[in-house]
Design a protein. Sequence first.
Length: 250
Amino acid sequence: MELGPRGIRVNSIHPGFIETPMTASGPAAFRESNLLQIPLGRTGTPADVAPLVVFLMSDESSFISGAEIPVDGGQTAHVGAFPISQAIRGLRGPGRELDGRVAVVTGAASGIGLALAERFAAERMKVVLADVDQAQLDEAVRRLLASGAEALGVRTDVSVAADIDRLAARTVQEFGAAHVLCNNAGVDTGAPFSEIPLASWDWVFGVNFRGVLYGCRAFLPLIRAQGEEARLRWMTDNVSPPPRSGRPGI
Ligand SMILES: NC(=O)c1ccc[n+]([C@@H]2O[C@H](COP(=O)([O-])OP(=O)(O)OC[C@H]3O[C@@H](n4cnc5c(N)ncnc54)[C@H](O)[C@@H]3O)[C@@H](O)[C@H]2O)c1
């Protein structure tokens, strides 16, 4: 309600079982049980998620706000899912204004975040990659720069407010604006609920909840302050409480 009149839309993407380092580290039985529930008969890849983000930034989706969109091969369809096929339809078309815009992606050194960064770069956006893992971040940025992309890496722990403030400042310093923020960084203990130590919940909430909060607090004023931003998109993480072990969507 608050952001709609400013042309800022808020949508939430809910990945199902996506093959990334996070899911690879989990128990095989968890993967198998998920697979059995997926009508399309396969698990997802980060590349299954990234095109939806691009669609939500395009003018074709200009009337979509407040949507919760699963990308899960139909896994949640039996409890009533957003018709993703409608969202994907028309992904490419007129009215895309991504070229030269600035995207910030947290957790960008791996998995879905890396796929987002690569996809934004392919759309000729300027990309700021933020991650706590310096070595992986350096490698991701190196590869993007080598491909001709305009990219910047900023080592960031999203659970530390000062780190996010520094990320916002570096983004503006380097690229002069921020048009899209993907609060993608997230962690998962990989353990069943009853076996998760309390200390791990602090870590999970620090990254998955406070990280999103800090990201929104730091970047929303920038997006609002940019006069040209009236039609730009605000994207953020879903921070709904986890049923299993603390996963937000993106
Ligand atoms: N993979 C899935 O099946 C799945 C499903 C639903 C939601 N998600 C969510 O999607 C997002 C990306 O997941 P992924 O599977 O690509 O995971 P991933 O482990 O491949 O990537 C997560 C990235 O976040 C970074 N990170 C961790 N803690 C951080 C911190 N404190 N500050 C900054 N960066 C940090 C990691 O270094 C890593 O590069 C997460 O929020 C996850 O919870 C994933």
